[in-house]
Each structure stands twice: as structure tokens, then as C-alpha cells.
Write a protein that binds this ligand. Structure first.
Ligand code: HSE
Length: 312
């Protein structure tokens, strides 16, 4: 029997993976949002406010609410949910805050309904939340949250998601405490690209997928270069070039902007290197006088998880 109430842990995600704009992403262990959900006798969606952030509670304006509205259209008539979210992933941080809310809500709802929907359906529902957040549907935060690990989103029309294998990878994320709205970070992108840059980019996407599959760390590192998006977006992130250079000098395989920024992530082969990299990131922001937070973690192969609880 499905649980009456559920607690959901919805982790952050790193979209793009440097060269795979809108098509690659992976799940983290931290930061992660906590959500509590229960079925309600009242049809529809009731969202309790998170006192920490002034996020809208009207379902159609809330990313979790918009995702649940899409799910309700396919759920048994008369279904209702009550939802409470404690955000630990700051909105506008670049580690998939909106996706955690949207994907966490639909995974929680599915658990309450006895898992009647497939992961692919859940991605479809959750993308409505991303549309509220950034104006467009994309699944490179949603899919790794729902599937765990690294995911390739070959297409969203029609949806074609391929979970990818990966070797052990240690992840360092630094979040300078400034907000970059995904909608703004998308608005500044060039609409036309040079063929010579596109060729280098798809070489890297293919190289990264091959490197992950073959567990070839050097190939992963060589492929973590972005010729299309990073040159435009990195100007929004203080210290970006210096951080990237210093982290690579200290042994990081490579990295770049996490999602639409301002967070920066680096992949390393060992935990020791990942901690050294965190110290480099910290040193740059200490010197620049920018508040920041670092995370040293690994790729989360499970993604969003739920736990039955006695009461809401
Ligand atoms: N692929 C999206 C973008 C992710 O970079 O705009 C946003 O988090």
C-alpha cells in the first residue's frame, strides 16, 4: 500500500556538464532540498510557504506546483496534494534549485499514488516547473534528479533519456553568493554559432560520453571544454577564469559553469584533489571579498529518494 505521507530528499544537479548545453547533467549528494507531502481530501494542490524564501505559493506560479498540475491531469480524478518544502538549494545558484522542487514534487506525488507513473512521465511533468522558472522546458537538471547519476537527454521532443555509466568522480562546487537567473543567463546567449566552434563542441560531447563509458579519466578531462556557452556566460561570474586555471593546475580533470551559474564545478579523480580544489576556489573568493559556499561531494547515483513517514 502506498504511504499516506512522504518525505522527499531532492538533491542538487549540475546541468550542461560544460560541453553538453541542455543535454547532459548529473546529480549531487549535496546540497539537497527536503520536502514533505501528503495526499489531501481536497482536490488540487496546497503549497505551504517556506519562510526562508519568498517563493509564490499559487500552484501555477510555483515550480513544484506547475509540475504537480501537469501530473494531476494524468492522475485519478479528485486527487489532491499538500506540500511543504525546505529549500537548502538557493534559487539562482546554478545547482538545479528549481528542478529539485519540480522533480522532487512529482517523485513524491508518484510515491503517494503507488508509483503509477514511469520516470519518463515524471520528467515530462517536472519540465513544466522548469518552464515556469526559466521560460523554456529543459531536462538536464530534472532527468539526473529523477534517474540519478549522469544522464544524456538526447531529445525532449520526443523525450529520449539515456542514463550513462560513470567512473568514480569527486565533485567540488563553489557557489559565490550572487544570484544569476536562468532566464537572464539564457537571454544573453548567441542565437547563431560558427560551424568551426560547433564541430569542436560536438567532438567534446561525444568525447565526454565516450570517456564516461570507457572510464577514461584523461578523455573526460580533455572533453570538458565549452566553446559556445562559457565564453558568454563566464563574464557573469567573478573570478571564473582564475578559479578554472588554478583548479586544473592542482589536478582537477576539468569543469566549468554549473548549469547557468554562478556556481562553478570541478571533477577530480580523488577526494584529496577535490578538497585541494575547494581550497583553491575559497582562496580566490577570499581574495576577491566574495561570499561563497563550497561542497565536496560525489555523483549521486540514486537521485531523488523518498521515505514513508507517519504524518505530514
Ligand atoms: N541547461 C540549462 C541552462 C540549465 O544552462 O540554461 C539551467 O540550470
Amino acid at each position: 500500500m502506498a504511504a499516506k505521507a512522504i518525505k522527499v530528499y531532492a538533491p542538487g544537479t549540475v546541468a550542461n556538464m560544460v560541453c553538453g548545453f541542455d543535454v547532459l547533467g548529473f546529480a549531487l549528494h549535496e546540497p539537497a532540498d527536503e520536502m514533505w507531502m501528503q495526499l489531501s481530501d481536497t482536490p488540487g494542490i496546497q503549497i505551504h510557504p517556506d519562510p526562508q524564501y519568498n517563493l509564490p505559493t499559487e500552484p501555477e506560479k510555483n515550480v513544484a506546483g506547475a509540475a504537480l498540475i501537469a501530473l494531476l491531469e494524468a492522475a485519478p480524478a479528485g486527487t489532491g496534494f499538500e506540500l511543504k518544502i525546505t529549500k537548502h538549494i538557493k534559487p539562482g545558484s546554478g545547482v538545479g534549485s528549481s528542478a529539485a522542487s519540480a522533480a522532487g514534487a512529482v517523485v513524491g506525488a508518484n510515491a503517494l499514488l503507488g508509483n503509477i507513473f514511469s520516470k519518463e512521465q515524471l520528467v515530462q511533468f517536472a519540465m513544466f516547473g522548469e518552464k515556469v522558472a526559466s521560460g523554456v522546458k529543459h531536462a538536464d537538471n530534472i532527468a539526473p534528479g529523477i534517474y540519478g547519476g549522469v544522464t544524456l537527454i538526447r531529445s525532449i521532443h520526443p523525450l529520449d533519456i539515456i542514463p550513462l555509466p560513470s567512473p568514480d568522480l569527486h565533485v567540488t562546487v563553489v557557489h559565490p553568493q550572487i544570484e544569476v537567473r536562468t532566464a537572464d543567463a539564457r537571454a544573453i546567449l548567441k542565437k547563431q554559432l560558427l560551424l568551426k566552434d560547433a564541430i569542436k563542441q560536438w567532438g567534446n560531447v561525444a568525447g565526454l560520453v565516450a570517456g564516461l563509458t570507457l572510464k577514461d579519466y584523461d578523455l573526460i578531462g580533455r572533453s570538458l571544454e565549452d566553446y559556445l556557452i562559457e565564453p558568454v556566460r563566464s563574464i557573469l561570474i567573478p573570478g571564473f577564469d582564475e578559479i578554472k586555471q588554478r583548479c586544473k593546475e592542482k589536478g582537477a580533470l576539468g569543469g566549468g559553469i554549473s548549469g547557468s551559474g554562478p556556481s562553478i564545478f570541478m571533477l577530480s579523480k580523488t577526494a584529496e584533489t577535490a578538497h585541494t580544489v575547494a581550497a583553491e576556489m575559497s582562496a580566490v573568493y577570499e581574495r576577491l571579498g566574495v561570499d561563497y559556499h563550497t561542497y565536496v561531494t560525489t555523483i549521486n547515483q540514486l537521485g531523488i529518494r523518498t521515505e514513508a513517514i507517519d504524518s505530514f
